[in-house]
Design a protein around this ligand. Structure first.
Ligand code: NAP
Length: 372
């Protein structure tokens, strides 16, 4: 009989309204035998072998808020969590009955927020390629989108790297010398957009919620300037000051007031990439949201505002490989720095997730479940 070990997991206790709290989640105890169970029930159409993994890193993302509410509408791009389930991981194989995987392999895929998982659909796993880079990068900056497409085209994990890369280059179509504004600029996506924009020869300003984050953007990530949106409440005036000749590209991670303030500052034929709206995720009633006053500027300035979803790039494995090689190269040679906000232990996960909506994370939020 295989050894039995503890297997704790974080579960969602109830669907959330408004801001999530730690009490909406709980860590529950369980156990697991360290072996692939015999006679597993396998989902229809999938292969029988299974893989038992030990989870090392879990991702923790703003988009998960959408899954914490029970919704019948289509304003969120992700499916609701089933109560008692959660997220994505980077793991080490403990035992496998699948010929492609062996004990010790490092893999990336999707499970609950738990210590061990039996994967009954190993075709959804991907082996880690760039083991010379920190493994945690595979929960974010180098995460493999196309795996998720197999799971569900609407379920996208914390793939900050591909989101930044595809959103900036494909949607924004930047040219050298252009003026770029990025919101939530110290977050998982924003920090990368800013650095990619610098590599593309642009002038980059990021907005963040604290002076410490602003300093970090300039000192560590090479942003040209910053706005602390909490201490500069007249965002329009702040943007006019930073962009006296206007904004060519706005990469929007927050929506709401920041988006409305940016529109009148857009230059002729500017582009707004709508990546996310974190300032709106905790509103129960969309009617509580900011009234957009400045949409007419889209017409007068011929601005293209385009929402995108990284899931749109899932099917294109060649695109992913191009992105992965480019991004791995930037990270290796130091042209891109990736800030991670790491918390230790599964029990820290609820607070880490809640903290994202209070701006507590500095860089990509992730949870170390185990370091080996
Ligand atoms: N379109 C896609 O395919 C796709 C894929 C991944 C992510 N996204 C979206 O991209 C956005 C950024 O994601 P991320 O993973 O980079 O986020 P993140 O690392 O979790 O960072 C979120 C940051 O947003 C800021 N924030 C929180 N509440 C805010 C508010 N009310 N107003 C303004 N800023 C607020 C906070 O920093 P401050 O200190 O600056 O407030 C927080 O640290 C999110 O909207 C996410 O849903 C979209």
């Amino acid at each position: 009989m295989a050894e039995e070990v503890r297997n704790r997991k974080v579960v969602l206790k109830r669907y959330v309204t408004g801001y999530p709290t730690e009490d909406d989640m709980e860590v529950v105890d369980g156990t697991i035998h360290l072996a692939v169970p015999a006679g597993l029930a396998v989902p229809a159409g999938l292969t029988a072998p299974a893989v038992l993994v030990k989870n090392l890193y879990l991702s923790c993302d703003a988009w998960m808020r959408g899954r914490m509410s029970k919704r019948d509408d289509v304003t969120t791009v992700v499916n609701d969590f089933v109560l008692g389930e959660a997220s994505y991981f980077l793991s080490k194989v403990v035992e496998s009955t699948h010929t492609d995987y062996q004990a010790g392999d490092l893999v990336w895929g999707m499970v609950g927020w738990e210590e061990y998982t039996v994967i009954t659909h190993p075709s959804w796993l991907v082996k880690i390629q760039h083991t010379e880079l920190p493994l945690s990068y595979y929960t974010g900056v180098l995460a493999l989108e196309f795996v998720i497409s197999v799971v569900s085209p609407n379920d996208v994990a914390g793939m900050s790297g591909l989101t930044a890369y595809a959103g900036f280059f494909d949607v924004c179509k930047p040219k050298p010398g252009e003026a770029v504004f990025v919101s939530a600029a110290s977050g998982a996506v924003g920090q990368l957009v800013g650095q990619l924009a610098k590599l593309a020869g642009c002038h980059v300003v990021g907005s963040v919620g604290s002076d410490d984050k602003a300093l970090l953007l300039k000192d560590k990530l090479g942003f040209d300037d910053t706005i602390n949106y909490k201490s500069e409440p007249d965002l329009g005036a702040s943007l006019r000051l930073r962009f006296p000749d206007g904004i060519d590209v706005y990469f929007d991670n927050v929506g709401g007031e920041t988006l409305d303030a940016a529109l009148p500052q857009m230059r002729l034929r500017g582009r707004v990439a709508v990546c996310g709206m974190v300032s709106q995720y905790n509103l129960d009633d969309p009617g509580e949201g900011v009234r957009m006053r400045n949409l007419p500027w889209l017409v007068t300035r011929r601005v293209r505002m385009e929402g995108f979803n990284v899931a749109d790039y899932l099917a294109d494995e060649e695109y992913y490989r191009r992105f992965e090689e480019a991004m791995a190269g930037y990270l290796r040679d130091g042209r891109v720095t990736y800030l991670e906000d790491v918390v230790e232990g599964l029990e820290s996960a609820p607070a880490a997730l809640v903290g994202i909506f209070r701006g507590r994370n500095v860089g990509r939020q992730l949870i170390v479940v185990s370091r080996e």
